[in-house]
Design a protein around this ligand. Sequence first.
Ligand code: TYM
Length: 342
Amino acid sequence: MKEVVLTGIRSNDEPTLGNYIGAFLPMAAQAKQHSEQYAVHMFVPDLHSITTPIDYSQLHTRTMRNLSLFVACGLPLDNDSIYIYRQSYIPAHSELTWILDNFTGFGELSRMVEFKDKSAKLDNDRVSVGLFNYPVLMAADILLYGAKWVPVGEDQRQHLEFTRTIAQRLNNQFGLDLTLPETIEKQQEFVGRAAAPRIRSLKNPAKKMSKSVDDPAGTILLSDNPNDAYKKVMSAATDDVGAVHFDWDAQPGITNLLVILASLTNTPQDEVNEHWTGTTQYGEFKKHVAQSVYDCLEDLQTRIASVDTGAIEQHLQKSEQHMNQQANKTLLAVQKAVGLRT
Ligand code: TYM
């Protein structure tokens, strides 16, 4: 059995440059380089996409667009070890979530930073139980397929930890053999990165760049016109230190740009830092970052226009059938363990 590499990208809104650097890029690279060694699962968590208020009329279109983006980013489909699927097409995700819910503490979920951040932006009555339950559904996504490798951004650290905790809890209590995903540090080593990325808002570098937040000037969407994106980078908030340094505390705006530049030019962070450290010309530095963003978007948008959606539909059907079989096996083992099946 091949080890499983798995990641999901929600379709609640148009993906951002943060999603691209945090998830699309490392997964497409894994799939291209290692699909002989691993089973690669890149899926759309469409059920997670409705945990915050969205434009529901766009959900299906956005889900299909995410799938096209996977391909535009380089995920090869002519390969039997690569699976693309929609979470809601595999009912075992919801069923396992319900079971796991009963082994999850209210306090445990209340401590989730993502929940606190997202719920703080909504009126209390609009904070859904689904948003609260988000990490449990994510744990089900991972545990159903025994995924050891789950490349995600830094914002998902607690959710990954929770998945390890709940798997261990069930294994201990019922003698199950659920695979624990590796820690977030190991995940980064696996995809060849020094640390999990956290791309910040260009306008407010204390906050992450996010598609769920209304921050158009600080957020680069993958659908942005490349010229507009260039301008957003040129007007990114920096500081008055006067020289470039990689320092999240003292210079978060500049450091964010250094990370974006390294990721988009596929250059080690140390090399990029060495090249720019001490530069006093912020404008010159920003131009380089802006150009790397421009080139990335232009290239991606050209590629997405020529994606074969028929091939995606075909691959989806095959993958979803296969995933249902795999997921149901794990679900049955858990159902038996807790006494729901004999
Ligand atoms: P989503 O759609 O919010 O984010 C998808 C991926 O993008 C990463 N990401 C970022 N990385 C760096 N900087 C940012 N500003 C940034 N914003 C987002 C996220 O870390 C994530 O890797 N909960 C997941 C979706 C999911 C999932 C799963 C992932 C559902 N089930 C199972 C892995 C395994 C999420 O954050 O989606």
